[in-house]
Design a protein. Structure first.
Length: 182
């Protein structure tokens, strides 16, 4: 986790044993998602209003790259200490299930990586045949074709012209694509 775990208590005195259990469960979340940013856990004793039976509410907010996850669980069985542990476990179990589902969903989405934009200058050109070579700023020579450049730019291209390009690997070595003038 990139940020420290935050545990808040509302209408309830902090319990060291329960807090240690929460820290242990929060640390274990890293098994299900490697890039967790932060986690906030709120444990609240429900107020005893006319229509409420008391009990414990647990809210967990998990910050992730992309959409965050929120889980709420409540337990209304009677004994506060027992209810607290049950509510914390129920909330973390639900959060783990949602985190597993999110990780599966994100793993199925393949991110397309683009080659970096490089710079170089034309060192050889065959205008009639529609090909040439450019020397990248790092000294390597890269092949290019007329189709990789805007058709209006091809007649104005000459030795020494500066170009931006992306390098791809072909059967016969590197070649330049997405050529533009600098």
């Amino acid at each position: 986790m990139q940020k420290d775990l935050v545990i808040s208590w509302t209408n309830l005195a902090p319990a060291e044993g329960l807090e240690a259990h929460i820290r242990q469960r929060a640390a274990a979340l890293g098994r299900f998602h490697p890039n967790i940013i932060g986690c906030r856990v709120t444990i609240a004793a429900a107020s005893r209003g006319r229509r409420s039976a008391g009990g414990i509410d647990v809210r967990i907010h998990l910050e992730l790259p992309g959409p965050d996850l929120d889980v709420f669980r409540e337990v209304r069985q009677g004994h506060a200490e027992h209810d607290s542990l049950m509510a914390v476990n129920a909330a973390f179990d639900a959060l783990e299930d949602r985190l597993k589902a999110t990780s599966r969903k994100m793993a199925a989405q393949e991110v397309k990586h683009h080659p970096p934009v490089l710079h170089g200058e034309v060192v050889e050109i065959e205008p009639e045949l529609g090909w040439g070579y450019l020397r990248a700023d790092d000294g390597r020579e890269v092949y290019f074709q007329r189709e990789s450049l805007d058709p209006a730019e091809w007649p104005r291209l000459e030795i020494g012209s500066r170009l931006r390009f992306r390098e791809m690997e072909g059967d016969k070595g590197p070649f330049a694509v997405d050529l533009t003038r600098q």
